[in-house]
Design a protein around this ligand. Structure first.
Ligand code: NAD
Length: 256
């Protein structure tokens, strides 16, 4: 298999400055793509863009809150202006609010927090798909990956309901989009990572991570690069007949 599987592609990665997002951006750059980095955190996004550009990557950073349609509109236009039409979307941005390391139960959850998680994790993916899919349809080619989670497929007491509900919602959105966009030459899939060693899980109590490791046949947390590798595979030319699927990257944890 060629290592330049994505030569000539323009990929937009949301949540690009985070643990998994930055590994995804690096994987695409290594495979010859240009990468639009979108993140809420302007300082971290600019730092990443500088580091990747210094290493010879064709990148552009756009600050956006993916929960805001207007922000997404601005970011998509800015990436397309800098790098060309986006043919590959990795809708990766997501949040998982915890309180003293613990998920809040529904009956004590702040309604504003519920809405914020839905806005970022679910509406954010809709916003980016709504903005980028028309160009893909017009060009009769596109690749979309949504970042779900095993928490969207099984009950886990270490995450909160808003997180689980949005990640389950992404699976429905992925399948629906795959049906709608397939006739236009566009594949849409979701990744369902297990516990991956990133800043998102670094704040969790050590016991929570240890319990997951115990329940994981491969007996470790995953790495962001392992998620990035699966993502690049799903958008590669060779994976062109795979659509509407949810692929676990979870070391065998849950086997959902
Ligand atoms: P992370 O916290 O390291 O990175 C998330 C990134 O998203 C950050 O750079 C953050 O600034 C950005 N972000 C947050 N809110 C945003 C917004 N409103 N608009 C734009 N950007 C925003 O998290 P991660 O572990 O890299 O997670 C990436 C994705 O993978 C998330 O969707 C997460 O739910 C999913 N996931 C992670 C794990 C895990 O164990 N780490 C497991 C399953 C799924």
């Amino acid at each position: 298999m060629s290592t330049l599987q994505h030569a000539g592609r323009v990929v937009l990665v949301s949540g690009a400055a985070g643990g998994i997002g930055s590994a995804i951006a690096e994987a695409y750059l290594a495979q010859g793509a240009a990468v639009g980095l979108v993140d809420f955190d302007a300082a971290a996004g600019e730092r990443l863009a500088q580091r990747l550009a210094d290493a010879g990557g064709r990148v552009a950073f756009a600050q956006a809150d993916v929960g805001s349609y207007a922000d997404c509109e601005r970011a998509c236009a800015s990436v397309a202006g800098a790098l060309g039409p986006v043919d590959t979307l990795v809708a990766n941005a997501g949040i998982s609010p915890k309180h003293a390391g613990k998920p809040a139960p529904v009956w004590r959850m702040d309604p504003a927090e519920w809405r914020r998680v839905v806005d970022v994790n679910l509406n954010g993916v809709f916003n980016l798909c709504r903005l980028l899919a028309p160009g893909m349809v017009e060009r009769r080619f596109g690749r979309i990956v949504a970042m779900s989670s095993v928490a969207g497929k099984a009950y886990l007491d270490i995450v909160a309901a808003h997180y689980a509900a949005t990640k389950a919602g992404l699976i429905g959105l992925t399948r629906h989009l795959a049906g709608e966009l397939g006739p236009h030459g566009i594949t849409v899939n979701a990744l369902a990572p297990g516990r991956i060693d990133t800043p998102m899980v670094a704040g969790a109590p050590a016991a929570a991570n240890a319990a997951v490791v115990d329940a994981t046949p491969l007996r470790r947390l995953g790495t962001p690069h392992e998620v990035a590798h699966a993502c690049a595979f799903l958008t590669s030319t060779g994976a062109g007949f795979i659509t509407g699927q949810v692929i676990d990257v979870a070391g065998g944890w849950l086997m959902t």
